[in-house]
Design a protein around this ligand. Structure first.
Ligand code: DLL
Length: 432
């Protein structure tokens, strides 16, 4: 089913006209209401009236995570909090998160694009959707939720974790679609098999999976293990949350809802636009956002644009799987983590040296994080009980800041190899 055939199957040329009209409006709006971005435009001497064609987009400066940090928390909001009905947050590059805001109109657009995304992945108003993305400041839970309700599906707001309970809901509540991260879906399959759940006998048919990188090999494993058709969903808080793009059941790239989000792929080094088919960094410009509009946001995600018609009939431009990032952000159990966040926690702890190594592994389907932390000579000679106490303290601090558990191993002074150049902080042994 196509949720909004008029918008989604619109002839490409007609959509381009709509994009240009919306782009002009959005740039003018941002210039008037977002002083930080206006300053960037003034600096390069560009005015909203200079945007006359879609190609003029490339004249506009980029918006970055650093701009968000500099304007933390509400400096990029274009309306007062009185008109802001929701705030979500994402990981910042330091100890502080970033904040994004929504007006009522923004939430309506979010529900619209999410309804389109779920329909791409196989949902209809009859679907029973078990939503196992985390509810809270993370955009996954509530984002999927509002789209599913808009479509008129039955939503089970299961949230993340509690695997045994998830398996009970799957068996008892007639779930037809599961929404969660791909690694968690695989974990559900493995845990279900251990509990003797027969996925083939369940009404479960579809999975809309994303928020972290995955691969075709993983898709095959998931589809077999829980007996579903799995589609890839992409999104990010800075743009809206989940629902920027979703694969249809053809599984040939994700349709970007480009009447709301205008994509470009650029060479991350030179900033030059790249043609469809060539891999580079994805840049997104929002076309209809009110509270937190973003002009040329540098997502840091690596992908390529795919043009040409899709057999499903949707005419949106598509994007390929995300294959990596141009920065050091990690996604661990669906949570975005910058090594610098871990570093700022460690540096607050007395006796801890600024030398550490983060090991990432897949234990079954789930991510496991172990952090080796160097301690001072004095601390290392302490009795075991004291060392254990320190490990526990670091673990709690990390849990507090990232919301993720990590095993901490204190290691001898000078035992972590020093680097001549850029320090290697992460050893990622996950095979996805
Ligand atoms: O992860 C939004 C989301 C929720 C998307 C639920 C899909 C499903 P953030 O927490 O802001 O938002 O993280 C955004 O996650 O820049 C990518 O690096 C990564 N990411 C999101 N979807 C995918 C995907 C949500 N399908 C960051 N494949 C993005 C690979 C993804 N990476």
């Amino acid at each position: 089913m196509i949720w909004n055939p008029e918008a989604e199957t619109m002839p490409v040329e007609e959509r381009k006209e709509l994009q240009l009209e919306r782009l002009k409006q959005q740039v003018k709006y941002v210039y008037e209401k977002q002083p930080a971005y206006r300053a960037k435009m003034d600096k390069v001497g560009i005015k909203p009236s200079d945007i006359k064609s879609l190609d003029d987009l490339r004249k506009l400066p980029f918006l970055t995570k650093a701009d968000m940090r500099d304007n933390y928390p509400y400096g990029l909001f274009t309306v007062p909090l009185k008109e802001t009905v929701r705030v979500h947050s994402s990981s910042g590059t330091t100890g502080k998160p970033t904040a994004v805001g929504y007006t009522r109109e923004d939430i309506d657009v979010w529900a619209e694009v999410m309804a389109r995304a779920l329909a791409c992945g196989g949902a209809t108003p009859e679907s029973v959707i078990q939503n196992a993305y985390g509810y809270g400041m993370f955009t996954g839970g509530l984002g999927i939720h509002c789209g599913a309700e808009k479509m008129g599906c039955t939503v089970l707001p299961a949230s993340s974790g509690q695997t045994k309970r998830q398996l009970i809901y799957l068996q008892d509540f007639g779930t037809t679609m599961i929404t969660c991260t791909p690694s968690y879906c695989l974990h559900l399959g493995e845990a279900g098999a251990e509990e003797g759940v027969d996925f083939k006998s369940l009404p479960l048919k579809y999975g809309v999976l994303g928020a972290e990188p995955w691969s075709e090999v993983m898709r095959e494993k998931i589809e077999q293990s829980v007996n579903i058709i799995a589609t890839d969903i992409y999104g990010l808080s800075e743009i809206i949350g989940p629902g920027v793009a979703n694969e249809c059941l053809e599984q040939k790239g994700m349709h970007i809802f480009d009447d709301h989000f205008l994509p470009e792929v650029i060479d991350p080094e030179t900033g030059e636009p790249l043609p469809p088919g060539q891999e580079g960094e994805l840049i997104i410009t929002t076309l209809t956002k009110v509270c937190f509009p973003a002009i040329r946001f540098r997502t840091r995600d690596i992908t390529s644009l795919l043009d040409g018609p899709c057999p499903c009939g949707r005419t949106h431009i598509r994007m390929s799987r995300i294959t990596g990032r141009t920065d050091d952000m990690l996604i661990i159990r669906g949570v975005n983590v910058f090594p610098s966040q871990i570093e700022s926690v460690l540096l607050e702890v007395e006796g801890v040296e600024p030398h550490y190594l983060i090991y990432l592994r897949r234990e079954g389907a789930l991510d496991d994080m172990e952090i080796h932390v160097e301690v001072s000579e004095k601390v290392f000679s302490d009795e075991v009980r004291k060392l254990e106490k320190l490990e526990k303290k670091i673990q709690e601090e990390i849990q507090g800041v990232l919301g993720l558990s990590a095993r901490i191993k204190l290691v001898e002074p000078r035992s972590i190899e020093r680097s001549m150049g850029k320090a290697k902080r992460v050893i990622d042994e996950r095979k996805i």
